[in-house]
Write a protein of this length. Structure first.
Lengths: 336, 518, 333
């Protein structure tokens, strides 16, 4: 387990908790939902009493030069006192941008009355201004959350809605909804609504309302097929189709999954230890895939490839109706 | 043209009336109760599962004059106005017909202003995946900063066509295919309410045809009620659908299993004479064999996959008798047939040809049954001296019969394997002896195998299979000692027929393998 | 009562009658099915009934019905392909009538025959008027080949397959046309495969027998090794070439099912007695199975403008090959 540095979003949370507010923030939002949330919290902290929306302003950095933006903060706000400016799409920190010394100074000088928050899609860490800000700890990188960080975040969000979730269910839930935080937030709100008064998140409730990613469904389908649970596999197929997923897409993903399985088998046979890393998949998925690889023979996988190819031809040539072609494929794959 | 179709008359007006989507109604009602409605919802699911209905109910619930509650009262002016589509603040947009960016821009403009008539503005966009890219962008801007007084409800049957930027800003609720029983129950309610009656079988047929869509079920019911006079029978439903009952395919498959060509041809005759459409018939046939395949793979129960419970055991029986390989082969023939029938004027003929392919008669040998039938037919011409079929019957049956047996041997072995793996292995270690059309001799070299074959069930298995394939009782007797010259006989024929080769391979090849295994 | 002139197709008839009765008539209908199946007849009856002055019953006696029957009804328009296709000018003219011409009757009806031959531009033009039809106008599209129609046009129409006739209805139909058929109805059903238009051409049993005999003769000749060119030449000269080809196909089919036909001679197309001796000996199952598709393909090919004699020669060569191959595999017993 790698020792992880505290993610920036948590650092910001901590700082806000103790009431530390910087004059300038540089947000680097790869994960923009997270950045949005952070900004919202900052705004709340900045204006504990006022109607947050009214007191803060949002401008698009592409439409204003940096000098303009800085100048805006000099204007006294309607509410008197402080002014917080959110600058979206700030281009000033990218490669090749240069700032004058004065500008740099203005940015770094503490100004209790204003707060500038830059959302910069691109940051060059060699630029002087960035280096300076970074040294002061004003640069916050919002990276996509993965693994335990993701799980913790989800757990936190659920807790905020008053819901508890066990470790096992948490893994299940996270695997199901994927890593996009905005999506996840919606799923969490939905789950919370579904649960109503109940506090504990159950597996059934997750299965009842959470939208599966097609990837998760395909995974489950192939798992069922490999273990000879053809009936289950057919159910998964039916659900996928009912959700509107096109047949050719399902087929393409099945092909990809089997290819992965083939690669896994070869890697394992060659003595690979870190399957997850080698295949670039989630460790949870890697565990399942290696079990599948153990269960299937090379000749089975070869046959599977033939069947998949034939299915594709059949559908593309219009020889067989797509749903039937897929069902036939799955039955054939599941037969021993 | 102001009549209302049945499915519109019976559209659910409250969450309670929305059947089959409990997980959705629970989520929405809880959110209403707690005052935690999302700004934007995305309703996804197949046609006719309740998306538009749910959207309207939600719009009413949110704006009901009795207060924002978990169910609309449907009495107040707001509820009734929204229901009738009279309220300006609740706008229903069909993206399939108005894909343009103008409509969405218009929407964005209007969204800025506070609602005039009701509490909250609701914009329902149906088939939202049809919007153009520009329209999506415009919509996205509004979703990014949703005005407080607006609720967006997007609905679609194809969520994967939506940009991720849009879907991630909505709370997605998935509408499932409605269960067979739920549809059936609803249909029964409607039928009773309109003062009609319907047979159980007919009800099952309609529910099955609907395949999870309540709207389709009600549309079909409407057609059927219009057509039928008095109580609705399954014949009525089949007439409206233009389809043939499942039992026809059951019989056809039975004919295939029993090698009853005449029966199969007569069934086709019935279809032709009834004027039913052969293209539909073919599609139904494909579905029937698909059902056989599914039932075999699932081990009987498979309602969720569209197989009615009362049919499953019979289908399973037939499926087992055929075997997956054979089902696949027949499906292959049917697929080809379907594409040919589309362009043909003689669909019945094409079907007859397909039946021949399915029966896979060898080029020469015709199963003895039919030569006998032909000999007794009136078709035998009066004047001709040489009775046409006679030569085939008169020829010493020894050779013909045995030849036929040899050709069918691989298939016989296959069938026996399905009944008993042990018997199959035994047969492989034996050799074909004499066959006079009535008695079959199997020769074994070893006492052990001879004993095994003689005793127990093994002889019975073989006799059953032989009866099934040849249509008559054939007695099996075993003998000790090998008869290599018989095998050579077959070899000497030097017949290019593939099947003979295969038979030899199976005989010789597997013979060695099996003994290794043992 | 005009509806009675439509035999069989009870569901379709009832649906259309119900639509009129309940005033649920759609703006556009699409009737599809093979040639001769009765699309035009049904469209005509429907159109007549829609404008019938006696409660829209389709009485056949009121002035409107009588004019419709004589095809001189001012508000029932027929559009046929101009040559091979329905062209845009025709659709433009149609639209002129639809939008401008004042109606005398309840509905102004446009019957587009062979709508699957609409050119693309004509189709797109038609689409506009189907999307926003003028009040009181109805479009009846007739088509053989559904897939040749724009999906956008199809989705604006209520589609109805015009099905083949069942035996009783066919018998009634032919009787009503003054052709007595009696026990021959079974045979006619095999020949016409439920298509009334086709059956009308085949009611003469003598003619059928003759065709059949001719077909059998060709099959015998091929088996006897007669020259392909001369056979093809002879057939090319025949007036009813298609009919003979049809008969050949039916004869081959009969040969195939003869053994199984057994106690059910009604499944045959011709007299089993004709299929005797040499014919059954030479044309074995595999030969018949292989020969029929050759002839079916030939029939399809002949629908396009090709050299008939050449096509026949090619097909006959194929037949010969098929026959020889089947017989060389030691078929003789």
């Amino acid at each position: 387990m790698r020792k992880q540095q505290e993610p920036d979003y948590l650092r910001l949370q901590r700082e806000l908790q103790v009431g530390k507010i910087r004059p300038v923030y540089l947000f680097y939002p790869e994960e923009d939902y997270l950045a949005e949330q952070a900004a919202a919290e900052l705004v709340k902290k900045f204006f504990p009493h006022a109607e947050a929306k009214a007191a803060s302003a949002v401008v698009d950095g592409r439409e204003h030069a940096l000098t303009e933006v800085v100048a805006m903060t000099d204007t006294v706000s309607l509410f008197g006192g402080s002014r917080l400016l959110l600058v979206k799409n700030a281009p000033y920190f990218a490669k090749g941008q240069r700032l004058t010394k004065e500008l740099l100074q203005r940015l770094l000088v503490k100004n209790h009355e204003a707060c500038l928050v830059f959302f910069a899609p691109e940051i060059s860490f060699t630029a002087k201004v960035v280096k300076e800000l970074n040294a002061r700890g004003a640069v916050f990188r919002f990276e996509p959350l993965k693994g335990y960080a993701l799980q913790n975040w989800v757990k936190q969000q659920l807790a905020a809605q008053g819901k508890n979730i066990s470790g096992e269910n948490l893994t299940f839930f996270v695997e199901r909804i994927g890593g996009d935080l905005r999506n996840a937030a919606n799923e969490i709100a939905k789950l919370a609504a579904f649960l109503g008064e109940k506090k504990e998140v159950t597996k059934e409730s997750i299965m009842a309302v959470c939208t599966r990613t097609i990837q998760a469904d395909i995974f489950a389908l192939v798992d069922a097929v490999v273990y000879g649970r053809t009936k289950e596999a057919l159910f998964f197929l039916r659900d996928l189709l009912a959700a509107g997923e096109p047949a050719l897409l399902i087929l393409a993903m099945l092909i990809r999954q089997f290819r992965l399985l083939g690669e896994a088998k070869e890697l394992l046979a060659a003595g690979e230890n870190d399957l997850a890393g080698a295949l670039k998949i989630h460790p949870y998925a890697a565990k399942k895939v290696s079990a599948q690889a153990a269960k299937t023979s090379m000749s089975y996988l070869k046959r599977a490839v033939e069947l998949l190819a034939q299915c594709e031809l059949d559908i593309k040539r219009g020889r067989i109706e797509p749903v039937l072609a897929l069902e036939t494929l799955i039955v054939a794959l599941g037969a021993k | 043209m102001t009549y209302q179709a049945l499915y519109r008359q019976w559209r659910p007006q409250t969450f309670a009336e929305l059947v089959g989507q409990e997980h959705v109604t629970k989520t929405l009602q809880n959110a209403l109760r707690q005052g935690k409605l999302a700004h934007a919802y995305l309703f996804c699911g197949s046609r006719g599962t309740g998306k538009t209905s749910a959207a309207k109910i939600l719009a009413k619930a949110v704006n009901c004059e009795q207060g924002e509650s978990v169910e609309p009262c449907n009495q107040c002016a707001a509820c009734q106005g929204i229901q009738a589509g009279r309220v300006m603040d609740v706008l229903e947009i069909d993206a399939a017909s108005t894909r343009g960016i103008d409509e969405i821009r218009d929407l964005r403009e209007k969204a800025r202003y506070a609602p005039v008539e009701v509490r909250k503005k609701v914009y329902i966009i149906d088939e939202v995946h049809m919007l153009t890219a520009e329209a999506f962008n415009a919509l996205l801007k509004t979703l990014e900063e949703p005005p407080n007084q607006v609720l967006f409800i997007l609905a679609t049957t194809e969520p994967h066509k939506l940009p991720a930027t849009i879907t991630s800003r909505c709370q997605r609720l998935d509408f499932r295919l409605i269960d067979f029983d739920v549809i059936k129950k609803r249909l029964a309610e409607v039928i009773a309410a309109v003062g009609r009656a319907c047979e159980e079988d007919a009800l099952n047929l309609i529910a099955e045809e609907a395949a999870g869509s309540l709207r389709d079920a009600l549309s079909l019911l409407e057609q059927v009620l219009a057509y039928a006079q008095g109580t609705v029978s399954s014949e009525d439903v089949l007439a409206v659908l233009g389809t043939v009952g499942r039992d026809v395919f059951y019989e056809l498959t039975a004919a295939i299993l029993n090698r009853d060509l005449a029966k199969a041809l007569l069934l086709l005759q019935d279809v032709a004479v009834s004027g039913k459409d052969f293209q539909h018939f073919t599609q139904q046939a494909i579905l029937y064999f698909r059902d056989l395949m599914v039932v075999l793979a699932c081990g009987e129960r498979a309602e969720r996959l569209g197989i009615a419970a009362d049919w499953a055991p019979k289908l399973y029986q037939q499926a087992q008798a055929l075997g997956l390989g054979e089902i696949g082969r027949i499906l292959s023939i049917l697929h080809e047939l379907l594409s040919e029938i589309r362009w043909s004027n003689r669909p019945r003929l094409l079907w007859e040809l397909a039946v021949f392919k399915i029966f896979a008669f060898e080029d020469l040998a015709e199963p003895p049954t039919y030569t006998q039938t032909a000999a007794t037919t009136e078709i035998v011409p009066e004047k001709q001296v040489d009775v046409p079929q006679a030569p085939e019957v008169a020829v010493p049956q020894q050779i013909t019969a045995r030849e036929q047996l040899v050709r069918q041997w691989p298939r016989i072995l296959d069938e026996v394997k399905k009944e008993s793996i042990k018997c199959h292995a035994l047969l492989l270690s034996g050799e074909l002896g004499n066959f006079d059309g009535k008695n079959l001799e199997i020769c074994f070299e070893g006492q052990f195998h001879y004993d095994m074959m003689e005793g127990e069930q093994n002889k019975k298995y073989l006799e059953n299979v032989l009866e099934r394939i040849f249509g008559k009782k054939i007695r099996v007797c075993c003998s000790l000692g090998s008869k290599p010259e018989k095998v050579k006989n077959v070899e000497q024929e030097n017949n290019p027929e593939e099947l003979i080769q295969t038979a030899l391979e199976i005989f010789r090849g597997q013979l060695i393998d099996e003994s290794e295994k043992e | 009562m005009l509806w009675k002139t439509i035999y069989g197709r009870k569901e379709l008839v009832r649906t259309l009658q119900e639509a009129i009765h309940a005033d649920k008539v759609a703006h556009a209908y699409l009737f599809y099915g093979p040639e001769g199946i009765g699309k035009k007849t049904i469209a005509q009856v429907f159109a007549t009934a829609l404008n019938c002055l006696d409660g829209q019953k389709g009485c056949g006696v009121c002035l409107s019905c009588r004019r419709a029957a004589a095809q001189i009804h001012p508000d029932i328009h027929y559009i046929e392909p101009d040559g091979k296709t329905i062209k845009i000018d025709q659709v433009r003219r149609l639209k002129k009538y639809a939008y401008l011409k004042p109606r005398e009757s309840r509905y102004q009806i446009f019957i587009l025959q062979q709508a699957d031959t609409l050119t693309t531009e004509a189709a797109n033009s038609l689409l506009k008027v189907l999307e926003e039809p003028p009040v009181g106008s109805i479009f009846l599209l007739l088509a053989e080949n559904l897939s040749a129609l724009l999906p956008t046009i199809r989705s604006r129409c209520q589609e109805f397959a015009v099905s083949r006739l069942d035996r009783e209805s066919m018998a009634e139909f032919l009787r009503a046309q003054g052709r007595m058929t009696g026990e021959q109805i079974a045979e006619i059903m095999v020949w016409a495969e439920g298509i009334p238009g086709k059956a009308l051409e085949l009611t003469d049993s003598q003619a059928r027998q003759q065709l059949y005999q001719e077909a059998v003769a060709y099959l015998k000749a091929l088996a006897a090794g007669k020259g392909v060119s001369s056979l093809a030449a002879k057939l090319a000269e025949t007036e009813d070439l298609t009919a003979v080809l049809d008969a050949m196909i039916l004869a081959l089919r009969d040969l195939l099912i003869l053994p199984a036909a057994g106690k059910h001679p009604e499944v045959l197309a011709g007299k089993g007695s004709l299929l005797c001796g040499q014919l059954t000996e030479k044309w074995h199952r595999s030969a018949c199975l292989a020969a029929i598709p050759v002839l079916l393909k030939l029939q399809r090919d002949l629908q396009s403008p090709i050299n008939v004699r050449l096509a026949l020669e090619n097909a006959f060569w194929d037949l010969k090959e098929v026959y020889n191959r089947a017989n060389s595999c030691g078929n003789s017993l």
